[in-house]
Design a protein around this ligand. Structure first.
Ligand SMILES: *[C@@H]1O[C@H](CO)[C@@H](O)[C@H](O)[C@H]1NC(C)=O
Ligand SMILES: *[C@@H]1O[C@H](CO)[C@@H](O)[C@H](O)[C@H]1NC(C)=O
Ligand SMILES: *[C@@H]1O[C@H](CO)[C@@H](O)[C@H](O)[C@H]1NC(C)=O
Length: 371
């Protein structure tokens, strides 16, 4: 009896924590109620890259938009999926930027992405896009895995697809992922200023990237594996592929300005507020391009404005001429070197069947650290 009570109670309180977390921060950011602010204000603590640790418990239960509240109620499992999406976005961001001055720092403490989300530079664009992509990806996958009660595989593709294959099996539910992504990641209000429109554009770029990176997977049928007939379905890309694609877009991001004067392009689209390349000779950014409006700082020293710690103490590569090289990473301040013992598994042998035994080898490596 007691055990049942405790389990029920802890489930209930986990759910309450998640709800409160979201409610709390939506009210803190009335003009931008996107998931990124939720992620950046102490609700989901990535710790040292381990599982979700929802933290904030606000005693006064405040409310999401009516629509978001209804979505949570109608789609049990969705908050857990959104949380997983945020965590994979954080991990991916750190991986993609591990060799750069800005290495997607999170923390200290409960700040997930920190103040960079209030800026308008390329790094901000990436953070918004990868977060949006993470939520979309996670929800689309949760649907086909059956962990959200209200959605399932995308079964809309049916029938023959080509001479020797037909649609079948379980396609990941990208439409549902995009729908939820939009409801929770974008604000529920219409934006008017440049920053707002840029953020929404980058959120959309994240979702579009997940969708366009989807790939077809097939299974062979037919006599003794002849593969004369195949069944195919659409599968989400590994999240790494999304990260890679968005990193490319980061490198080629467009600097944009806000235009609502309606006369410069002579079509009806220009009558609406929209984004334009700052340099008129550049092409309009596509829906998958990342956009920004502010030059990035150099991230060399600690900055209060961007909440970034600078590169002192970072490990650099003394032989690389690239961004991870000591010259660039340490911003010319120089570095100190020290010897570090590293223990690795080595001389591994495979035993039939089936295990591997290894020895421990300890080597000394020289580690360079920015001053
Ligand atoms: C409209 O905006 C563009 C770019 O911002 C500018 O070059 C142009 O002069 C503006 N036109 C009017 C009529 O204000
Ligand atoms: C350091 O950079 C060199 C040259 O780019 C590269 O070959 C090497 O693998 C790097 N070392 C580490 C530890 O990343
Ligand atoms: C290697 O190190 C690990 C962890 O320190 C230890 O558990 C293991 O027993 C060691 N293996 C050998 C062969 O010494």
């Amino acid at each position: 009896m007691l055990i049942i009570y405790v389990q029920f109670k802890s489930l209930l309180s986990l759910f309450t924590i998640l709800l409160c977390a979201i409610y709390h921060f939506l009210t803190l950011f009335p003009s931008y109620r996107g998931i990124i602010n939720i992620a950046s204000n102490g609700n989901v603590l990535p710790g040292s890259d381990v599982g979700p640790v929802p933290l904030v418990l606000d005693p006064s239960l405040q409310l999401l938009s009516r629509r978001q509240r209804r979505l949570i109620r109608q789609n049990p499992g969705i908050l857990q999926s959104i949380t997983r999406g945020l965590l994979s976005a954080i991990r991916e961001c750190k991986w993609q930027f591990r060799n750069r001055r800005w290495n997607c720092p999170t923390g200290p403490g409960n700040q997930v992405f920190g103040k960079i989300i209030n800026r308008g530079c390329r790094e901000t664009a990436f953070v918004f896009a990868i977060t949006s992509a993470g939520v979309t990806h996670s929800v689309a996958r949760s649907c086909s895995e059956g962990s959200i009660e209200s959605c399932s595989c995308d079964y809309r593709r049916r029938g023959p697809g080509g001479p020797d294959w037909h649609w079948g099996g379980c396609s990941d539910n990208i439409d549902f992922g995009r729908f939820i992504g939009k409801e929770f990641v974008d604000s529920s209000e219409r934006g008017r200023d440049l920053k707002y429109m840029v953020n929404l554009h980058n959120n959309q770029a994240g979702r579009m990237t997940v969708m366009t990176e989807m790939r077809q997977e097939c299974k062979c049928h037919g006599m003794s594996g002849s593969c004369s007939l195949r069944t195919c379905w659409m599968r989400l890309p590994p999240f790494r592929a999304v990260g890679d694609a968005l990193k490319d877009r980061f490198d080629g991001a467009s600097k944009v300005t806000y235009s609502n004067n309606g006369s410069n392009r002579g079509n009806s689209r220009s009558d609406l507020p929209h984004l334009e390349p700052e340099n008129p000779s550049h092409a309009m950014p596509s829906s998958r391009d990342l956009v920004y409006f502010e030059k990035s700082p150099n991230f060399c020293s600690p900055s209060e404005k961007t909440g970034t710690p600078g590169t002192t103490g970072r490990i650099c590569n003394s032989t690389s001429l690239g961004l991870d090289g000591c010259e660039l990473l340490c911003c010319g301040r120089g570095y100190r070197s020290r010897a570090e013992k590293v223990t690795e598994r080595c001389h591994c042998t495979f035993h039939w069947c089936c295990h591997v035994t290894c020895l421990n080898c300890t080597t000394t490596q020289i580690v360079h650290e920015c001053l």
